[in-house]
Structures are given as C-alpha cells and as structure tokens.
Design a protein around this ligand. Structure first.
Ligand code: FES
Length: 65
C-alpha cells in the first residue's frame, strides 16, 4: 500500500535541540528508521518551482514528470 503526501516546506523546523524534517525527503521518514529528523535532503527541494508538483522515488531521486 502507498499514498501520496504533499509537502510544501523546503526546510526543517527546530524543536528543542533537534531539527525536524518538514520537506518529507529525509531518509528518516522510511519504515526502517521512522525518525523525522532533517538529514539535509531538503536541498533537493530548493530548486522546485512554485506551483509545480514534484515526485520523488524511495531513494529521494526526483522522478521526471
Ligand atoms: S527538512 Fe527534510 S531533510 Fe531537511
């Protein structure tokens, strides 16, 4: 089973002394490691254009539209 989730954030939020991923691209969102901490993967989202929807595979690679 899978589902699509739209994340609009392109960076993390600081909670206490931790940076929590809001972009959805951190490998911490996987079933193996369900910790939502930022790992720097949000840099991939920085070049996204406003108004477009981007898809990424399970490895964090952008899937061409
Ligand atoms: S905010 Fe998602 S990896 Fe940094």
């Amino acid at each position: 089973m899978s589902r699509k989730v739209i994340h609009k954030a392109t960076g993390p939020v600081k909670v206490g002394d931790k940076w929590v991923c809001l972009c959805g691209l951190s490998k911490g969102w996987s079933e193996e490691e369900p910790q939502p901490f930022c790992d720097g993967s949000h840099n991939k989202a920085r070049s996204e254009e406003e108004g477009k929807v981007y898809e990424y595979d399970s490895e964090g690679n952008a899937i061409p539209a």
